[in-house]
Design a protein around this ligand. Structure first.
Ligand SMILES: [Ca+2]
Ligand SMILES: [Ca+2]
Length: 369
């Protein structure tokens, strides 16, 4: 056992240990030795400190990364929730449309009925969001018109059932084609949808379409959508723009006189040989009758002229033309209804285009945008 001696680099000159010798004992290990101001930090302690600092650095970095990841997922979850709610609201709007159309069982269908009500279908609140059913219609000037509620498909000319005269009038009056060209287009439409390969004058069958580049087959069946009309011989973009708002591929083929827009009434009149002045005058009287809140609710079409005449006197020519139009092309009701359902919730929005048949509530068309 000897006296404690300073072993620092200054040992022997620092003077710290002199006269303060201690005797180390197991009960008092060197760790308890009073710290010498010159005692150097050991390599082991330095390594531990650096390791601790790196650990803190990595933990902080990890915390930031986890925070960013969680934040992104919270935002994704919020968006998913809003999107899901908006989709459910859009579907609710369609269910409501089907329900209201099915509940309407009278013999006529007109704009004043619940399925066409703006109050029933414009930004209706449900839970934390809203739903709407709307239709955006192209206008002749290139603009669009937005209406709320269901639209019946019978308001339009059915391109799957229209005869040659009605199709020619559709292209001539609706899209401004020359008469002879309109007749050729009508023949081509009929060839496209009929099952045979016999080509009508001015029409086209499979042989014509197979020679195109790229070639394709004549459908020889009903049009599935209005866009298919663009494939028919002679139908260019301008013609298609002219007729797409006037025709449909759904419905019975009878045009609903209670809802048909003015240009469709003019097409029907032209197809029955009505002169432009008589056709325009008659169509305007029908529209004014409806805009006054009226609807044709007669049990048969033969009584329609009497109802209109009571509102606005018809000339003999107008009454004759109306009778021909009614006999050949018109109806008072509808079977198929369409619209765009819009659901909106917490910044999310979903749009669904749809068509359904009221008779069996079957969906005929469904497109989610
Ligand atoms: Ca009705
Ligand atoms: Ca054919």
């Amino acid at each position: 056992m000897g006296a404690w001696v300073c072993e620092c680099a200054s040992a022997g000159v620092c003077g710290y240990a002199r006269g303060r010798a201690r005797i180390p004992s197991p009960a008092q290990p060197p760790a308890h030795t009073p710290r010498h101001p010159h005692t150097p930090t050991t390599p082991l302690r330095a390594s531990a400190l650096i390791l601790a600092l790196w650990t803190l650095f990595f933990l902080a970095t990890l915390a930031l990364a986890v925070g960013a990841y969680v934040g992104a997922n919270v935002e994704l979850a919020r968006r998913f929730s809003a999107d899901t709610a908006a989709y459910a609201l859009a579907r609710a709007a369609i269910e409501k449309g089907i329900m209201l159309a099915a509940a309407d069982t009278n013999a006529w269908d007109a704009a004043g009925e619940p399925w066409h009500s703006e109050a029933e279908f414009r930004d209706v609140s449900l839970g934390a969001g809203t739903y709407s059913v709307l239709t955006v219609s192209p206008l002749p000037d290139g603009g669009t018109a937005t209406n709320y509620g269901l639209f019946d498909q019978e308001r339009l000319v059915n391109i799957n059932t229209a005869d040659a005269g009605l199709l020619a009038a559709l292209f001539e009056v609706g899209a401004g084609a020359e008469r002879s060209r309109a007749e050729d287009l009508a023949a081509a439409v009929i060839d496209w949808r009929d099952a045979d390969d016999g080509m009508l004058t001015g029409g086209a069958e499979d042989e014509y379409y197979r020679r195109l580049s790229p070639p394709y087959h004549c459908h020889d069946g009903p049009f599935g959508s209005m866009h298919e009309v663009r494939l028919v011989k002679g139908v260019d973009e301008e013609l298609f723009r002219g007729i797409r708002g006037l025709a449909t591929v759904h419905g019975t083929g009878k045009v609903n006189v209670n809802t048909a827009p003015l240009p469709v009434l003019l097409v029907l009149a032209a197809a029955q040989g009505g002169s432009r002045p008589v056709a325009s005058s008659l169509a305007a009287k029908i529209v004014r009758f409806r805009e006054a809140g009226n609807a044709f609710q007669v049990p048969s079409l033969t009584e329609m002229a009497g109802q209109l005449n009571a509102f606005s006197t018809l000339s003999g020519e107008e009454a004759d033309l109306l009778a021909r139009m009614a006999r050949r092309y018109m109806g008072l009701d509808a079977t198929c209804f369409s619209g765009t359902a819009r659901g909106a919730a917490a910044g999310g929005e979903r749009l669904i285009d749809f068509v359904f048949d009221r008779r069996d509530r079957a969906l005929l068309y469904w497109y989610e945008r």
